[in-house]
Structure formats: structure tokens, C-alpha cells
Design a protein around this ligand. Structure first.
Ligand SMILES: [Zn+2]
Ligand SMILES: [Zn+2]
Ligand SMILES: [Zn+2]
Length: 319
């Protein structure tokens, strides 16, 4: 480990996406068939609640395809334009998903409110009941599958999607109850169930918006910052760790930190220490990818902030 100029590798997070891709495809096909059955049945029977649920499931299928595209894209190597890689496309995907949810919620709301104001007579009730039941079963199956795979590969977005599908099984059950009661003579139950389903869609929307907000603000679980700082401090030779900043880039936690060591050490020693800090932190927080600034000793010092260079600085980085 003596030579610094060649043959060293810095750790980086790995994507194991094969299982995720399969989970997303299988789930999309299952939910797509359920959505098709529900939308067809709702057109035949005139049910607003089954239409709302079918639209919701169709929106989830579109969401799945956006996630699938994301999984494929984030694996691509960095280019000179996208020198940080494509991991952050997860956040772009979240934005696209928000647009999809808004559209499905708007159509479901319009149809439900219209049927509430202008009641219709329903026909072919058993067909819509059966379609809603298919929605319940498809969502329960998809939920278990996505949760298992998502937790297995550490994909938060896939696991969250699994939790979402679990709630969707309840939403489909609401459509079942709505059209069932309408069939029993309580016509108003169908558009009311449609509105309840719309509210469920809006609730999911709020959570997705919050998630995107956190990502855009570079928010992380505060305990992660301490965990990374403590792991770095525990390495022998590290005198001090300060200015730890952590943010998610896709499924990587990019951590920037200052590490102080003995100022009399060689660059070779400093690099070796930085490598040890990297491996110690990655052992504690596997998603972490470090950018380490080495400080000579623990003397008080001030670094120029980005965009506000020191007045006597010789090199202008922008030129
Ligand atoms: Zn859903
Ligand atoms: Zn420093
Ligand atoms: Zn290096």
C-alpha cells in the first residue's frame, strides 16, 4: 500500500437492481390488468368509485414505469456533462410521479362530484364488484412483493411503493363498498366512495411532495450525520472531524468532511488515513461516499466559502 500514484480505489456504493427491475415489471403488469378491469367495468356500470380506483391504479402503473426507467438510468456511468452520475434522477422521477398523481386525482374528483350532483342509475353491478375485488387482491400481492424486494436491496423508493400498495388495497375495498351499497339502493354511496378515494390519492400526493421537498433541500436523517462523524473520529490518527455535510444523491449519501491529522505527516500518510476513514465510515453507513478535506492539525482556521473567494486569492476558479 506504499504507492499513491497508482492502483488504489476509493469505495463507492453499488446498485443491485436486477431484483428491483423484476419487482417493478411484475407489479406493473398485475396492477395494469386490475386497472384495465376496473376502468372497463366502471364504464359499463357507471360507477364513479370503481373508476376512481381504476384511475388510481393506472396512475400507479405509470409511476412504476417511471421508476423502472429510473432504475435503468441511475446505473449508467457518469458522463462529462452529468459528472455526478444519474443517481439524482430519482428526484426528477418523483416530480414526474407528482404530475401523474395530480392528473388522476383531478379526473377522479371531477367524475365523483359530477355523479354526486347528477345521480345516475347503475347497471352490471356484479361486474364492478368483481373488478374492485381484483383491485384489492392485486394491490395486496404487489405490496408484499415490493416491500420484500425493496427492503432486501435497500431501495427506499421501492419499499415506500410497497407500503403505498398496501393502503391501495383498502382504497380498492372502498370502491367495492361504494358500488356494493349503490347496488343495494343507496346510489349516493358510489360518488361518496369516489370522493374518499380521491382524498386518499391527495394524501399520497402530499407525502410525495414532502419527500421531494426534503430531497431538494438536501435533508437527511440527522442521526446519519452523527453516525458518519463518529465513525470518522474513531479512526486512529484522526485528531478531529468537523464541518460534516451529508446529502442524498440518488441512493448514495455524499458526505463532505474535514479531517485533522498530524501536520508533520507525508501526503502518503494523509492519503492512507483518508482511505481508512472512508472504509470506517462505509462500514458503518454503507451508502456513504466521502469527500475528505485533510487539515494539518487542529488549529483554528477558516476556509473560503464557495462563491465568496478570499480577496487575496491568486487563482479565480471560474476563469
Ligand atoms: Zn396507489
Ligand atoms: Zn477544516
Ligand atoms: Zn486517492
Amino acid at each position: 500500500m506504499g504507492r499513491v500514484s497508482a492502483g488504489h480505489s476509493h469505495s463507492s456504493a453499488h446498485y443491485g437492481n436486477k431484483d428491483a427491475v423484476r419487482a417493478v415489471i411484475v407489479s406493473a403488469v398485475a396492477l395494469g390488468l386490475a386497472a384495465l378491469a376496473e376502468i372497463t367495468a366502471s364504464v359499463v356500470s357507471g360507477s364513479a368509485s370503481v373508476l376512481a380506483d381504476g384511475l388510481h391504479n393506472a396512475g400507479d402503473v405509470l409511476t412504476s414505469f417511471i421508476l423502472l426507467f429510473t432504475f435503468a438510468l441511475v446505473r449508467r456511468p457518469a458522463t462529462r456533462r452529468f459528472s455526478s452520475g444519474y443517481g439524482r434522477f430519482e428526484d426528477v422521477a418523483t416530480l414526474l410521479i407528482i404530475v401523474v398523481i395530480i392528473v388522476t386525482a383531478a379526473v377522479a374528483a371531477a367524475e365523483s362530484v359530477s355523479k354526486l350532483i347528477h345521480p345516475v342509475t347503475y347497471s352490471n353491478i356484479p361486474l364492478s364488484l368483481g373488478a374492485a375485488l381484483i383491485g384489492v387482491i392485486a394491490n395486496l400481492g404487489v405490496s408484499e412483493y415490493k416491500l420484500r424486494v425493496g427492503r432486501g436491496i435497500g431501495s427506499e423508493s421501492l419499499a415506500a411503493d410497497g407500503v403505498h400498495s398496501r393502503i391501495d388495497a383498502l382504497v380498492s375495498a372502498a370502491a367495492f363498498v361504494g358500488i356494493g351499497l349503490a347496488g343495494a339502493g343507496l346510489a349516493i354511496a358510489d360518488p361518496i366512495a369516489g370522493i374518499v378515494i380521491t382524498l386518499a390519492i391527495v394524501f399520497v400526493l402530499a407525502g410525495t411532495v414532502k419527500q421531494l421537498f426534503y430531497r431538494m433541500m438536501d435533508a437527511v436523517d440527522p442521526t446519519i450525520v452523527d453516525e458518519i462523524a463518529n465513525a470518522a473520529s474513531s479512526v486512529s490518527g484522526v485528531l478531529q472531524v468537523h464541518d460534516v455535510r451529508v446529502r442524498w444523491v440518488g441512493r448514495e449519501l455524499v458526505a463532505v468532511m474535514h479531517v485533522a491529522m498530524n501536520p508533520k505527516c507525508t501526503l502518503e500518510d494523509a492519503h492512507a488515513l483518508a482511505m481508512r476513514v472512508e472504509s470506517a465510515v462505509c462500514q458503518q453507513v454503507p451508502a456513504a461516499r466521502l469527500e475528505i478535506h485533510m487539515d494539518p492539525g487542529t488549529a483554528k482556521h477558516k476556509h473560503a466559502l464557495v462563491g465568496t473567494p478570499e480577496p487575496n486569492e491568486e487563482h479565480d476558479p471560474s476563469s
